[in-house]
Design a protein around this ligand. Structure first.
Ligand code: F6P
Length: 322
């Protein structure tokens, strides 16, 4: 290995910069040249990459987002797009590639690996839905942002005796919703993994009202069949039964834009360094993740097209603590 490239792809996640920094600095320590690719796979296709030295990644560990830029690249999903990417990697004499990203991005890296290129993935997504990592880069920060929002909404909710439907991101995975519901002391939670009857939620809210609670919080995962908008539509017809006046708050991309927490910076540094070690020992086509308290690798073919299952005991716990 003499020259490696690193890119960030898909939805950005707080901590990506720390991972780029770790790849760059540990790679340089091995005597390699490190290239930063702009805007994910799009930059790879266009050959938009520049060599980075240690100073180029100074002052980024505390910054959210990704200083290399990211993209969801449709062209890379095609055979022609991937061939173009391979051409530009060869043209720039790149020997190995690190892809920092989530599910879709690692499908991309697996496809490139199958075309014979040495690729290593780094588990990074706020959704925490990646098989091959107990926790992914960005989750801790996103969770804390959701939590801060819940805490604030409880304050205003109490002043007006209102119930809030708070929708959090996570695509098809309920992890962020579940964890923020437990940590935020929500009355209940709605996640894609568990079918929910809106009637049941209305009942939980009316009981909370009757018990004299000053507010009620329902954390709703965006991927649930009844997301916050659909639940609100249902509740409009059942207002009297619920008791509380209802408001909806959709947190959306706010969760992605935070300053990375200490946990995310450390995780990203460890996984980034782990990816360089993989390339060094010739272990390609794997995802570098955090498994059982250690940096570990999982073959990309076991990672792609899957969604990590959440612990449903935590769902029972969330519902018990209302
Ligand atoms: O995968 C991260 C994520 O933030 C999901 O939680 C969300 O569904 C999606 O990305 C949003 O995508 P975009 O940033 O392209 O709108």
């Amino acid at each position: 290995m003499k020259q490696i490239a690193v890119l960030t792809s898909g939805g950005d996640a707080p901590g990506m910069n720390a991972a780029i920094r770790a790849v760059t600095r540990t790679g340089i320590q091995k005597g390699w040249n490190i290239f930063g690719v702009r805007d994910g796979y799009q930059g790879l296709i266009e050959g938009n990459m520049t060599e980075m030295d240690s100073r180029d990644v100074s002052g980024i560990i505390q910054r959210g987002g990704t200083f290399l830029g990211s993209a969801r690249c449709e062209e890379f999903k095609t055979e022609a797009g991937r061939r173009e990417a391979l051409r530009s990697l060869n043209e720039n004499e790149i020997d190995g590639l690190v892809v920092i990203g989530g599910n879709g991005s690692q499908t991309g890296s697996f496809n490139l690996f199958k075309m014979g290129f040495p690729v290593v993935g780094v588990a990074s997504t706020i959704d925490n839905d990646l098989v091959g990592s107990d926790i992914t880069i960005g989750v801790d920060t996103a969770l804390n942002i959701a939590l801060e929002a819940i805490d604030r909404l409880k304050v205003t909710g109490s002043s007006h005796q209102r119930a809030f439907l708070i929708e959090v991101m996570g695509r098809n995975c309920g992890y962020l919703a579940l964890m923020s519901a437990i940590a935020g002391g929500a009355e209940t939670v709605v996640i894609p993994e568990v079918e929910t009857d809106p009637d049941e939620i209305a009942h939980i809210l009316s009981q909370a009202y009757e018990r004299g609670k000053s507010h009620a919080i329902v954390v709703v995962a965006e991927g649930a069949k009844y997301n916050a908008t659909k639940l609100a539509e249902f509740f409009e017809k059942h207002q009297e039964r619920i008791g509380f006046a209802l408001r909806v708050s959709i947190l959306g991309h706010i969760q992605r834009g935070g300053t990375p927490s200490a946990s995310d910076r450390i995780l990203a540094s460890r996984l980034g360094a782990g990816a360089v070690d993989c390339l060094d020992r010739g272990e390609f086509g794997v995802l570098v993740g955090w498994v059982n308290g250690k940096v570990q690798t999982t073959p990309l073919e076991e990672v792609v097209d899957k969604t990590k299952q959440i612990d449903l005991e935590l769902f029972d716990l969330a519902r018990k603590l209302d």
